[in-house]
Design a protein around this ligand. Structure first.
Ligand SMILES: Cc1cc2nc3c(=O)[nH]c(=O)nc-3n(C[C@H](O)[C@H](O)[C@H](O)COP(=O)(O)OP(=O)(O)OC[C@H]3O[C@@H](n4cnc5c(N)ncnc54)[C@H](O)[C@@H]3O)c2cc1C
Length: 291
């Protein structure tokens, strides 16, 4: 594997990194773990003059939780860190499941969850659960921070709402109560180490009468960006989760999916899998909410 020529930059602070982004605008790319970026460079899909590694920036690798602000996953937290972190396992176990479903353990020990998000691939494993949990991406230009709701973050395949001089510094995931459950479901041609043909994240909150008081469904690999199952969400609000409502929600989710046929699956198969996986995801999330 050969790479195109570039100058490698390794800033040690956020301020320095964002200054470099401004100085070399249009000619610079960011690298975290590099598991996507190095492949893109070797394919000549990108040919930057400068590659900026951000792993020397201190303080971006932390994962923390508090009941008020929820879970915070630093931009340099590895997929493997998220997979085994006690706070993630306790408070957002489906984020750990999604991290575990990503690539091999070797890749998970290099790649970051933020890299998976910023790469903005429609089939990324870690995006559907983050969308279902209504996460927020924290971005900084070295001078000021802003919060980008995840529903507004993805603009197209490989395109995010980050400005040219911004680095994503953390993912904030709101805390959930015991009345809320979540799920991550994925199907791919091979059962392990494969990119999703379809993946679904779901969040369900039940009220004291066991009716659905909040629901978010995120569908991956069935559109250019993660799609919400809006019709199914509207249908489920105020209803009990049972076999009949689950089947109807799955059917409505498939209506909102707009997949293409490609090497991984046909359009028809993807639609069918949205129905199956959405039903499974909602069933699991509701079961965990009731537990
Ligand atoms: C063999 C192999 C198997 C894989 N299998 C899977 C899989 O099963 N599922 C899956 O979803 N992915 C898979 N991937 C893709 C990849 O491993 C993940 O997307 C990983 O999480 C990327 O993280 P990274 O830190 O390596 O990102 P990088 O490659 O460093 O960066 C990815 C992109 O995000 C940008 N970026 C990274 N961090 C930031 C930041 N803090 N702020 C702004 N922009 C940033 C970079 O500029 C780049 O455009 C696989 C990759 C390989 C090589």
């Amino acid at each position: 594997m050969t790479l195109p020529q570039f100058t490698y930059l390794a800033p040690t602070s956020l301020e320095e990194a964002c200054d470099l982004l401004r100085e070399h605008q249009g000619k610079i790319k960011i690298k975290a773990g590099g598991t996507d970026m190095i492949v893109r460079l070797s394919h000549r899909a990108v040919k930057p003059d400068y590659l900026m590694g951000i792993k020397k920036i201190t303080g971006l690798d932390k994962i923390s939780y508090d009941a008020k602000s929820g879970l915070t996953i630093g931009a340099l937290a590895l997929l493997r860190d998220v997979e085994i972190d006690p706070d993630v396992l306790e408070h957002a176990p489906m984020l750990a499941r999604a991290a575990r479903a990503t690539a091999t353990v070797q890749i998970r020990n290099m790649g970051t969850v933020m890299g998976n998000v910023c790469n903005a691939s429609p089939s990324a494993d870690n995006i559907p659960t983050l969308v279902a949990m209504n996460a927020v991406i924290i971005a900084s230009n070295g001078k000021k921070e802003r919060e980008i709701p995840i529903d507004e973050f993805f603009l197209g395949p490989g395109r995010s709402a980050l400005e040219a001089d911004e680095i994503a510094t953390a993912i904030r995931v709101p805390a959930t109560s015991a009345a809320t459950g979540t799920s991550y479901q994925k199907i791919s041609a091979r059962s392990k180490v494969d990119i999703a043909a379809v993946n679904i994240g779901a969040l369900v909150t039940l009220d004291s009468a066991k009716k659905c008081s909040a629901v978010r469904i995120s569908m991956g690999a069935v559109g250019p960006t993660p799609l919400r199952g809006a019709k199914a969400e509207t249908y489920l609000l105020g209803k009990e989760i049972n076999d009949k409502t689950l089947a109807e929600a799955g059917r409505l989710a498939a209506e909102d999916a707009s997949p293409i046929s490609d090497v991984r699956a046909t359009r028809e198969y993807r639609k069918l899998m949205v129905e199956v996986l959405t039903t499974r995801a909602l069933d699991e999330a509701a079961g965990l909410a009731a537990a």
